[in-house]
Design a protein around this ligand. Sequence first.
Ligand SMILES: Cc1cc2nc3c(=O)[nH]c(=O)nc-3n(C[C@H](O)[C@H](O)[C@H](O)COP(=O)(O)OP(=O)(O)OC[C@H]3O[C@@H](n4cnc5c(N)ncnc54)[C@H](O)[C@@H]3O)c2cc1C
Length: 379
Amino acid sequence: MQSKRHAEVVGGGFSGLAAAVALAQRGWSVTLHERSSELRPSGAGIYIYENGLRVLEKLGAYEEAVKGAPFAHTREMRDEHNRVLSVHRWDPSKRVFSVVRQRVINAMANAARQHGVEIVLGSEAIAATPDGELIMAGGQTRKADLIVAGDGVNSKLRDSLGLVAKRKALPDGAIRVLIPRTAEEMASGDGGTTIENWSGSRRILYTPVSETELYIAFTMLHSDEIGRRTPIDRDTWKRSFPHWADLIDRIGDDARYDRFEYVRLKTWSAGRVAVLGDAAHALPPNIGQGAGCSMMNALSLAYYLDREKDMATALRVWEHNERPLTEHTQRISVFLGLPTTWPTPLRRAFLTLAGKSKWMIAQRTKTARHVPVGTEDMR
Ligand SMILES: Cc1cc2nc3c(=O)[nH]c(=O)nc-3n(C[C@H](O)[C@H](O)[C@H](O)COP(=O)(O)OP(=O)(O)OC[C@H]3O[C@@H](n4cnc5c(N)ncnc54)[C@H](O)[C@@H]3O)c2cc1C
């Protein structure tokens, strides 16, 4: 009889936690290392579409993750005068939730603990070898049948294996915050409408994420030094969006700026090390699928390791089957970000067209409509 296989997972974000649960569900013993002293994701809120929601269901984290979150149904694109350029209504047969990130992470961490995953906080890994050795920041080494590198866009594990084919800083970035909803906003009852409002190359994304909280994302060119300043420069944002002045005044000082990045690897694995999530395929957030792809690829990794007779075959089949959809998602996300640097009339024409074109909508929603491997038996 085969003895219990052991995985060392690095990173307590969407990809690391999803992989840890999916492996533990299939009988692996799993230790997860998170360098921070708590599981605390940056980024405030997040959209999770049907594909990611199916994975959360399979991991046993769905109910807790979306509890109290609004079912998103409509996205309005508006211009600098607050005029509606296009309205997209999501297909009601495909779920979309806008959620507080911390809730999703807590739900996956609880599922992980229930399945016996050992979560070690304040534990930083710095490198891995193809024969399954994990090197920790303190110099200790740990052996595993499988190492999962879910350590994010700046992945030390990935870099220790020289796997990067392309890494590119993109021209734009975002500041994301959560703020309390006012009594009036809560009373309005419409938690399902997202507003994407453009003014020049700046954008405000307004999203209710719980009964009591709003997720606000400010996006701008990286070259927009005042726009990306934290705490946010309220005056400059109010000049761009006078109709949002009250909202901008409610933004607190606790904010962080992240530049968007693109990552492509030569291969998604090296020997016994599999690379997941932003470490493998970071992408700009224009269709909200970075975490969705991370979780799908985590579940499918565990699925193929269970199904195939040996690890090398499993990792090869995993990458062969999963990479094309991930790369489609990256291409569309990058494409939809191109107009950020264009002159306003051109950008407006593009956004209006992209919001209405059936072909573009089909490309944009392809990932959300995909049935992830390992979830086919669900309704
Ligand atoms: C502005 C913006 C908006 C976005 N919106 C969406 C959205 O709506 N929907 C969506 O699906 N995606 C969205 N994304 C993308 C999504 O946030 C990422 O794809 C996702 O967080 C990737 O998860 P991850 O686990 O791979 O990496 P991370 O979330 O970065 O997690 C990595 C974890 O590893 C830990 N770690 C790092 N290095 C080490 C180490 N050496 N040792 C131990 N631990 C380590 C970190 O502390 C962290 O906890 C957005 C991204 C941005 C920038």
